[in-house]
Design a protein around this ligand. Structure first.
Ligand SMILES: [Zn+2]
Length: 484
């Protein structure tokens, strides 16, 4: 612990310096955090979701370490084009086509949530200054950022032919207005996309902002001039984040963001998961739920790997994660919560808190955090102390460990056999309590009918249960039922 600010010193890899570094906030004890948000033209696929999970855990860890965090996320999508470069098909139009909705309907989604128009003045202010100071130029009706004016353009990668190839990729037309191949649009008035639904007035004509300017403007407005950490998927590092740095620092005239956090891809066995692959590749949380996966099992799956390593998604991997998660919850549900926490337990609780701070604070090592959960379950401390430690870890991991364990306990209580003398009924754990009560009563009635040789009534009850989709199995000394 650092005495001056009462925060824990943690370490994080910085993509800008390509080193793991002690995290130093511009204002001690306070972190200004910015995350490029989800685009709104389609439900976030689970590849993006991995990035959001990593960012969420990072934010929670920083709070756990004692920092006050101001997190800002961009969810507008005014200038997001299909390509990473400024050319390409308008993603909003593409989304509209896929969803069979109008562009305006999709746009409504974010205009309701977040008023994009509120930022237009910010974009205009930044672009105007970049024009005044010679970092931007008008050409062909658009305003471009001039990357040749920078001392350093490449931040996260070296200047090589792969980078240069961005502008000349297959299917991407080159923009003849650009002075340099990496120059990018700050403001469009001449758009190839005649259907561009959202346009605003500007000193350069009616149009809309380029993709990169949104993030810079939103961050400058809500995080201030010194950003401590900027997060996103690794595919955003170039050109998006590179261009954000170019325009923000040229506008401010001083260094802008000290720390860059990039989460690696989630791959399928056939390659990177991406929105552009079409619907067959779309793995969304809704799909996971429809296949009876708990979204928390997906979170558990992500937390078991390191955010800087590509993670391979297969249904088998997810099955393994789900079964491990369920076993874990079962173990936690078996702990007794009514015990006392003695002084010795208290010492160990503090030790685990420090261990978690230190281990997860080593470049957001969430897998270590998960391992610590299992260590706690094996530790020689009271169950009440274990639950207290797990609740503490869950402030960061957000696996709903105690909530899920409580749910399971309730389910099991529901399922508990009810007895009539030597006759025991075991119900379906997934049935609601009032339903369980009704079914149990019917089964008990059938048992009594059989006992008094009223077989007709017994058969009637059996048919009645069948019509309610209840499968009843007689076993020695009782019956087991489940919903089918
Ligand atoms: Zn962004």
């Amino acid at each position: 612990m650092s005495n001056a600010t009462d925060v824990y010193d943690f370490y994080l890899y910085n993509s800008a310096t390509r080193r793991k570094e002690k995290f130093i906030a511009h204002t001690p004890g306070h972190i200004e955090m910015y995350t490029c948000g989800p685009t709104v033209y389609h439900f976030a696929h689970i590849g993006n979701l991995r990035t959001y999970i990593c960012e969420d855990v990072l934010e929670k860890y920083m709070r756990y370490a004692g920092y006050d965090v101001n997190r800002v996320m961009n969810i507008t999508d005014v200038g997001h084009l299909t390509s990473d470069a400024d050319e390409g098909e308008d993603k909003m139009l593409k989304g509209a086509r896929r969803e069979h909705k109008s562009v305006m309907e999709i746009a409504q989604f974010y205009t309701d949530a977040f008023s994009a128009t509120g930022f237009i003045d910010e974009y205009i202010k930044i672009i105007s200054k970049l024009l005044d100071t010679g970092y931007a130029y008008p050409a062909g009706g658009n305003i471009y950022f001039d990357t040749s004016k920078l001392n350093q353009y490449y931040i996260f990668n070296s200047h090589d032919k792969d980078d240069l190839a961005v502008g000349v990729r297959e299917g991407v037309e080159q923009d003849i207005n650009k002075r340099n191949s990496n120059d990018f649009v700050l403001w469009f008035t001449k758009s190839k996309f005649e259907d561009q639904a959202l346009k605003w007035e500007s000193p350069w004509g009616i149009g809309y902002p380029g993709w990169h300017i949104e993030c810079s403007a939103i961050s400058l407005k809500y995080n201030g001039e010194y950003l401590d950490i900027h997060c996103g998927g690794v595919d955003n590092a170039f050109p998006h984040h590179t261009n954000e740095i170019a325009q923000s620092e040229s506008y401010l005239g001083h260094p802008w963001c000290s720390h860059w956090f990039h989460a690696a891809h989630l791959n399928t066995s056939s390659g990177k998961m991406s929105k552009s692959k079409g619907e067959s590749e779309f793995l969304t949380v809704t799909l996971l739920k429809s296949k009876n996966y708990d979204p928390l099992a997906y979170r558990f799956f992500c937390l078991q790997s390191h955010y800087r390593k590509a993670l391979v998604f297969t249904w088998e991997n997810l099955d393994n994660a789900q079964s491990a998660y369920q076993k874990l919850i079962k173990k936690i549900a078996a702990l007794r919560s009514d015990g006392e926490i003695n002084d010795q337990d208290q010492i160990i609780i503090t030790q685990y808190h420090e261990k978690f701070l230190q281990q997860v604070g080593n470049d957001l090592n969430t897998a270590s955090g998960v391992t610590l959960i299992y260590d706690v379950l094996k530790a020689h401390i009271s169950d009440a102390a274990k639950l207290k430690i797990l609740a503490d870890f869950d402030r960061v991991l957000s696996l709903s460990l105690l909530e899920k364990a409580n749910e399971l306990r309730e389910k099991e209580a529901n399922q508990k056999t009810i007895g009539a003398g030597d006759y025991q009924i075991t119900g379906d754990a997934n049935a609601a309590p009032d339903e369980t009560e009704k079914i149990n009563a019917l089964i008990l009635q059938r048992y009594q009918a059989k006992k008094s040789k009223n077989f007709r009534l017994a058969d009637q009850i059996r048919d009645e249960l069948k019509s309610q989709h209840i499968e009843l199995t007689d076993i020695p000394g009782g019956a087991v039922w489940k919903k089918i």
